[in-house]
Design a protein around this ligand. Sequence first.
Ligand code: BES
Ligand code: MG
Ligand code: ZN
Length: 500
Amino acid sequence: MNVEGTSGPYQGVDTHALAVAVFKDEKADDGFLKDLDAASGGVVKSAIDSEEFKGKEGETAYLHLPPGGLKAQRLLLIGAGDKAEYDAARVSELGGTAARFLRSKSVKSVAVVPRLEGDPELIAARVVEGAIMGLFEIDKYRTSDKEQKVIDRLIVVVDGADKDALNRGVKRGQIVGESVNFTRDMANEPGAYLTPTNMAERAQEIASEFNLSIDVLDEERMQKEGMGSLLSVSRGSDEPAKLIILKYTPAKPSNDNGKLLALVGKGITFDSGGISLKPGENMELMKYDMTGGATVLGAMRAIAQLKPPIPVLGVAPCSENLPSGKATKPGDIVRAMTGKTIEVINTDAEGRLVLADAIAYAKKLGATSIIDMATLTGAVSIALGDVHAAVLGTDQELIDEIIAAGKEVGEKFWQLPLDKEYSKQIKSDIADIKNVGGRKAGTITAAAFLKEFADGVAWAHLDIAGTAWGDEAKPYRAKGPTGIAVRTLINLVDRASRSE
Ligand code: BES
Ligand code: MG
Ligand code: ZN
């Protein structure tokens, strides 16, 4: 898809379809809509007056235009909801809705008029990232009924905008949108097609393409590092574990203050539960238990191209979790890299075991702040559903920053408490800690476990188990992997760069 920006006016844009944001209860005989209605031969007023279209978020009206006023032949009105709440985050959804809807109508050339006041670079970026995300489908293994239609050309129309700003925004939106889809594609891969080794290969590909440094620890090196916790998870599998390390180093650092942010993501390429085998129902979805790792790879892929002035480390501990005669058993005790001993009560609480050593290794590589992310607990869906991802941690400033960075891109994070009382639940009778904390507060006790390995750095943990997979399609995106957190992390790095 060819993407470009134009400073308008929209009336003259040479495109098949024009997609325009319309606010809730906006009147057709006033201001912007009056002009649009006049240019489109009265179809806008007719759609609004007949109450066919009210401007509710995600609502659409697809109108055929008489020849004349506009160069476009079709007009798509997209509900943008309350004008007072309209922001850049909603603009990505608008871009997604426009692209998905118009593709379904076999439209090849689309122009989007987002109608947000403000920085044209940001607005263009959001339309484009939203459109690219909106076009993602999970049908790559279908041989029939596959989405065949493509949009060839996307134009973002921001009235009176500076051309360079628009171009920068378009480029940025492409990088971000493609990187989110990179993560989603990985999350969607079956376990057989995406083993830890394959994941390391994909990391190698982005490292070569975008000039990141990379190191992949094999099991022998993990052994030498004393990563008994991570290695206990891959014991039952024939596929060897891999610990992927990517590093972005800026050509011109803004400030050599020794700060290093590390993104650490759980990369369980299939989670059967191990000896504590999961029930069969929905087990196929456990192919996406590597979404945290894929999120790190996707964010690093974007960061490498956006070239912020601060360094970023990406760490993904990758393993399968399978039962076999060699598998770790409930009751086994393992020793983590930090020397801490862990009683494995339940082999299905494996994410925290791989993250423990990955967090410790990120610290060894010099990380001063760490954000880890994982499809860690089913309990987070009980607490927050599929609306908010959970954030917990030891550094309130970092947590606030994640929530704020998320809000700007339309990704919601809700903080759960992590008082020290919760740590009592993971005390073991025979080892330092145990890997489950009972039925109560499952998301919090998982974080309390990780906290044991994150001392001495600013640390936050994202539990994305409830938000990483969308059970149903939305107007702006397909069902399946959502790419949650990729954009938040990219935005967080961006914000940090600006405040340096
Ligand atoms: N991968 C699961 C968590 C999960 C559940 C992700 C549902 C996505 C959807 C994780 O490894 C797990 O099995 N966690 C256990 C922990 C329990 C044994 C303490 C869980 O949540 O049941
Ligand atoms: Mg093995
Ligand atoms: Zn598990």
